[in-house]
Ligand binder design. Sequence first.
Ligand code: 4GN
Length: 252
Amino acid sequence: MHIQAISLFPEMFCAITEQGVIGRALKNKLWQFNCINPRQFTDNPLGYIDDRPFGGGPGMVMMAEPLIKAIEHAQTQQSKPAKVLYLSPQGKVFSHTQAKRLSKESGLIFLCGRYEGIDERVLTYVDEEISLGDFVVSGGELPAMTMIDAILRLKPGVLGDELSAQQDSFAQGLLDYPHYTRPASFQNMDVPEVLLSGNHALIKRWRLEQSLRRTVTKRPDLLSDLDLTKEASGLLKKIQEEQDSHKTEHKK
Ligand code: 4GN
């Protein structure tokens, strides 16, 4: 997968190209990356990429021409036309499902805005506007890097163990189960007995039940669009009946 960023701050992307599992995956050629600085594509001698907004008001706006030239240049480096994504609080909210969908693309171009935003006309060159959620940060770079990490870790070979990504929160539509490592007892807090039992069928069932319990209590909104196995829906029924009887006991 060939990922490109269009950004005034190319050095920021070292955070994903040089660190951690995603950085290692780049060294192992599981993905390619380059950043294009729109400053390369200005026609004015001083290299301005921003200008004052028509209609007045605070701040500066990124000019259309250098951004569009940068997008066109990025496309020439792709083996086939890549999706152009613009990071913006006005976009569709990103999620595991979006990450999964985008992980199947052969290339992606992340357009990172700064200042008050980009000239609206650039959006005719954008395929999707995506947001991490209802908040604003100073530039599109951090949201872009977050999405790139989320997308790449779903690709085969990027995480050492193939099962890792499948067991993460959201992969099966549920929250992850609790994790423990040595020591078995720490400040009087004991690791659940079942995890020391060596009974793998029992451990698997306990983890599934914990995932379901956490989802019921922390993120009940996730339960509506689940595709559960027979075992899971049996456990969920038990958990919900338990909760219902707690509630009625309270009323009495
Ligand atoms: C995206 C971009 C937040 C998000 C951003 C988000 C840069 N902030 N919620 N900031 O995903 C004006 C110029 C704001 C681009 C934009």
